[in-house]
Write a protein that binds this ligand. Structure first.
Ligand SMILES: Cc1cc2nc3c(=O)[nH]c(=O)nc-3n(C[C@H](O)[C@H](O)[C@H](O)COP(=O)(O)O)c2cc1C
Length: 207
């Protein structure tokens, strides 16, 4: 059982990282392996809607999206971490996830999804809702906690003092580890993943 924890913040060891680290500790304690992926400080290309990924099975921007895409089978859970920028998720993580989910969306089914956002003061729940949209369109069960997964602070030290936020993250870890074990036990008992109907896509126009 392995979870990929994506740190979308340009601050490698900032507030978002502090929350992801707290989650990692709980997951590791409960026997779930983790990998933290830092997206870096350089601009992350957004999707240019070229559709080339559908032909080549990789993105024309050869960056961390392709690296993760190639080993996506290794992960049982995906956690998106982001600082709150103007009441939304930051550009780096949305650019990364737009491209990753566009190319690997069908491979995400059955993996658990969760997000954690870090803000100084406000806008956390809008960012949280936005990030959960990747999971809820991809047949991914979303793991929840005792509150929306948000921490408050401008520095890691402040985030550590947000006792409720940090507890929320630890509870998320407990729930995620428990669900991963339930899925593993179900699989061992012969419960198979649903076989879906052929996907219908309509665009709300008359053709
Ligand atoms: C461009 C920008 C926009 C921000 N917008 C918000 C905001 O809307 N609400 C808020 O509470 N904090 C906002 N902040 C503060 C960060 O979300 C907050 O400090 C966060 O915890 C930083 O996380 P990090 O250390 O992982 O980067 C903003 C910061 C930046 C740089």
């Amino acid at each position: 059982m392995k979870a990929l924890l994506i740190n979308g913040s340009p601050n490698e060891f900032g507030c978002t990282y502090t929350a992801l680290k707290e989650l990692e500790e709980t997951l590791n304690k409960r026997g779930v392996e983790t990998e933290i992926l830092y997206l870096g400080k350089k601009p992350v290309a957004g999707c240019i809607a070229c559709g080339k990924c559908r032909q080549n099975n990789k993105c024309v921007f050869d960056d961390k999206v392709n690296i993760i895409m190639e080993k996506i089978e290794n992960y049982d859970a995906i956690v998106a971490g982001s600082p709150v920028y103007y009441a939304g998720a930051c550009a780096q993580i949305t650019a990364f996830l737009d491209r990753l989910f566009y190319i690997a969306g069908s491979k995400m089914a059955g993996k658990l999804g969760a997000c954690i956002v870090s803000c100084r003061r406000g806008g956390a729940s809008a960012a949280f809702d936005r990030l959960n949209k990747y999971f809820s369109i991809s047949n991914m069960p979303i793991v929840t906690s005792q509150y929306w997964n948000q921490v408050h602070g401008n520095t890691p030290a402040q985030v550590k003092r947000d006792e409720e936020g940090m507890q929320t993250v630890r509870t998320l870890g407990e729930n995620m580890a428990w669900l991963l074990k339930c899925i593993e036990a179900g699989r061992a008992a012969g419960v198979t993943y649903p076989a879906y109907e052929k996907k219908i896509m309509t665009n709300f126009i008359n053709e």
